[in-house]
Ligand binder design. Structure first.
Ligand code: NAD
Length: 296
């Protein structure tokens, strides 16, 4: 079992860290929010007073932060964490960030003899709690083999997407598709209900027909259709619309850099920006339903 530092105990990081504790690892966590640390301690982990303190003696460092700037701020620069991580340690950077930012952190780590993987995840907060996340890994195949036991305690499917930054490219493509089918699902639900259909009946018909998709299967955006999803708790918890907006922005940057045509992704980004303008950025991304039905 390993001594693991876990930085970023939010919606995703906390349940992931708890699964590492359950698997028998010695987990020392750090977050800027004290209540997150208390929850880790209640689950059998330990809390550190800073990221620097958390990495002391750790063989593995896992980070799960909101965006590129947080990750670059944590690891890079004269006082960044990489300067203090012991060479030979393993860093698993699981946040969703720009592929370019991931490559920057990879390069800095390699120069210091630290093995690092970009390992963003899919599966939502439910997948994080159940330990069934999908990891999309970028970096050296040999490093992935060293990381596999730790990743397996948090996830079920572990894919080697390719070289440094490739995990982030796969994640950005996946989330663009997720946004598009979530918006399409919300639009179809509103259309059917406005035309007299019962939402649960419509959801079940589409789920088992050619419109079936993950949003209908696991994450229906219409309140009351499914238990234990954000739409049934006023869109709280889950994956914040502002984080989806960030990911759609990353997808557009990737499209720009290669001249790719992504009109659906561009439209999805605009709709999520509208949510932020309406003050709904902290709601789960399935609250895009509200754009189609004010009372939903
Ligand atoms: P979150 O905002 O709930 O958690 C982020 C945590 O990082 C917060 O608790 C915050 O206090 C902490 N933090 C920020 N800066 C820090 C620092 N310098 N040191 C220590 N802690 C710091 O976000 P989340 O929903 O857990 O998402 C985390 C990442 O995972 C994001 O990149 C997101 O895009 C990605 N993701 C989220 C989901 C989801 O369903 N929520 C699914 C897949 C991927």
């Amino acid at each position: 079992m390993s001594k693991i530092a876990f930085i970023g105990l939010g919606h995703m990081g906390l349940p992931m860290a708890c699964n590492l504790v359950k698997a028998g690892h010695d987990v020392l966590g750090f977050d800027l929010v004290p209540s997150a640390l208390e929850q880790l301690v209640a689950a059998g982990g330990k809390s550190a007073v800073s990221a620097r303190a958390a990495i002391e003696g750790a063989q593995v460092v896992v980070s799960m932060l909101p965006a590129s700037r947080h990750v670059e701020g944590l690891y890079l620069g004269d006082d960044g964490l990489l300067a203090y991580i012991v060479p030979g340690s393993l860093v698993l950077e699981c946040s969703t960030i720009a592929p370019e930012a991931a490559r920057k952190v990879h390069k800095a780590a390699a120069e210091l003899g630290i093995e690092l993987l970009d390992a963003p995840v899919s599966g939502g907060t439910a997948g994080a709690a159940a330990g069934t996340l999908t990891f999309m890994v970028g970096g050296q195949a040999a490093t992935l083999e060293k990381a596999r036991a730790v990743l397996s305690a948090m996830g079920k499917n572990i894919f080697h997407a390719g070289a440094e930054g490739a995990g982030q490219v796969a994640k950005v493509c996946n989330n663009q598709l997720l946004a598009v089918h979530m918006i399409g699902t919300a639009e179809a639900m509103a259309l059917g209900v406005a035309n007299g259909l019962d939402p649960a009946t419509l959801a079940e018909i589409m789920r088992l027909s050619s419109g079936g998709n993950w949003s209908l299967e696991k994450y229906n955006p219409w309140p009351g259709v499914m238990d234990n999803v954000p739409s049934s708790r006023d869109y709280s918890g889950g994956f914040a619309a502002e984080l989806m907006t960030k990911d759609l922005g990353l997808a557009q940057e990737s499209a720009q850099s290669t001249g790719s045509s992504t009109p659906m992704g561009a439209l999805a980004l605009q709709l999520y920006r509208m949510m932020i303008k309406r003050g709904e950025g902290r709601l789960d991304f399935s609250a895009v339903q509200k754009l189609f039905v004010e009372q939903a």
